[in-house]
Design a protein around this ligand. Structure first.
Ligand code: IMP
Ligand code: MG
Length: 211
């Protein structure tokens, strides 16, 4: 019912037609007042500015050894796309997908590789691109698994780190933002596969899905 109410408020003919209209459909304001979404934690503007800075930093740090960016699907797909374009080096890109068992909004720490990399990591400078670190269990599993493949170096760039939640030691070379420990969606992050396309990071206020 909530979704119907909400779509009534934005489904005008104007918003559907023409270039300017389409732009209105995908703007941050489009999601304002959605019943499942709460306050904006990181705005589109702040995301893009910080990612530009990360790109400059990574370009300097890896100037003589262009890295292989390893995106962790699905959550990192939006971040990796913007980050890769902010790096002025001939990076290579690969992706892997992991699934962690747990409740709708928390990780159990039992992680499974659902799609593995195409690349051989031996001797490569690997930069893992992660959406969000909560307990840190997913990342510590990934790190162990990737280190076993003998890369020349392995660093992590995480867009978001939740404050005060880590249950495993973290060694994050690059962090976008430290955020409060609320469940958030948008900019690639989902709840039950939804809201990945929200262009900023928002608190999720809807029902907690059971899985
Ligand atoms: P961790 O293993 O507890 O650090 O959880 C990390 C993974 O859980 C992330 O890569 C996300 O896929 C997911 N996750 C953790 N917190 C959130 C959140 O607030 N929103 C959406 N996904 C999250
Ligand atoms: Mg993730």
């Amino acid at each position: 019912m909530g979704a119907d109410l909400w779509s009534d408020s934005v489904g005008t003919d104007d918003a559907r037609g023409g270039r300017a209209g389409r732009r209105a459909l995908v703007s941050t304001g489009h999601w304002q007042g959605h019943p499942d979404l709460g306050e904006v934690i990181v705005s589109e503007h702040d995301l893009h500015q910080r990612i530009e800075d990360l790109g400059v930093q990574i370009t300097e740090d890896y100037a003589d050894r262009p890295p292989l960016l390893v995106g962790v699907l699905k959550g990192a797909f939006v971040f990796m796309s913007d980050l890769a374009r902010a790096i002025a080096l001939p990076v290579e890109i690969d992706v892997m997908a992991v699934a962690s068992y747990g409740s709708g909004t928390a990780t159990s720490g039992v992680v499974r590789i659902v799609k593995d990399l195409d690349s051989d990591l031996t001797g490569r400078h690997v930069l893992v691109v992660e959406d969000i670190v909560d307990s840190g269990l997913t990342l510590s599993y990934l790190r162990r698994s990737l280190l076993a493949r003998q890369p020349a170096s392995l660093e992590v760039c995480a867009l978001l780190v939740k404050e005060g939640r880590q249950r495993a030691p973290l060694d994050l070379r690059y962090v976008g933002f430290h955020i409060p420990p609320d469940f958030v969606v948008g900019y690639g992050l989902d709840v039950a596969e939804r809201y990945r396309n929200v262009p900023d990071i928002r608190v999720y206020r809807g029902p907690v899905p059971v899985d």
